[in-house]
Structures are given as structure tokens and as C-alpha cells.
Design a protein. Structure first.
Length: 104
């Protein structure tokens, strides 16, 4: 099980392990720029979640999420959007399926 100390470390290692797509919240929807598509949160499964410190930002912390689509496409999402719209983030993120074994 991987344990990361920094945001950069988590992103780099997860990308090396195949989490090559990015999921972001735009207009209250999940969007993947690599696929140029809106993804329904119900079609995503959370497979990893890591709480890390942001490099060079003192005590600022974020979560990095590893997600998998129903088509087995792996991607990343961060909790950055939650700082701007916590309710919108929670509304979308709560609709994603949760894997039984998540990392810490």
C-alpha cells in the first residue's frame, strides 16, 4: 500500500501506475478533458484516496482520488474544487461508487 507525503508525489506515482486521465468538476458535472466527455458520477468507482500536503503551501492539505470508469479507464481527481464549492463537490462525489479496498 502506497503512502504519500506530498501532492506532487501522489500525482506522479499514481500517473505512473496508470491513472493517466483527469476528472474535474465543470458546470456541476464531471468532465474528462482527455476523453472530451462528461462522465456520470455513477459510472465512476473510487479505488484510492490519499490525504496529502500541498508542496510549498505550508500546512495546506488536499485529497487525491484514484477513480475508475465502467470502461476501466483510470483517472485522478483532487479535492481542490471542494474549497470553492463544498456542497457541489460533495453532491457529485457522493454519487461515485466506493471500492471496498481503498488506500490511505
Amino acid at each position: 500500500m502506497s503512502s504519500y507525503h506530498t501532492f506532487r508525489e501522489a500525482l506522479s506515482d499514481m500517473r505512473d501506475r496508470g491513472f493517466t486521465h483527469t476528472f474535474s468538476i465543470q458546470n456541476q458535472q464531471l468532465f474528462c478533458p482527455e476523453l472530451n466527455a462528461v462522465i456520470s458520477p455513477e459510472k465512476l468507482t473510487l479505488v484510492e484516496q490519499h490525504h496529502v500536503t500541498v508542496d510549498g503551501a505550508g500546512s495546506e492539505e488536499r485529497d487525491v482520488y484514484g477513480l475508475k470508469t465502467d470502461d476501466n479507464i483510470l483517472g485522478l481527481m483532487t479535492s481542490t474544487y471542494a474549497a470553492y464549492d463544498p456542497e457541489g463537490f460533495n453532491n457529485i462525489f457522493s454519487r461515485c461508487r466506493k471500492s471496498q479496498s481503498r488506500r490511505g
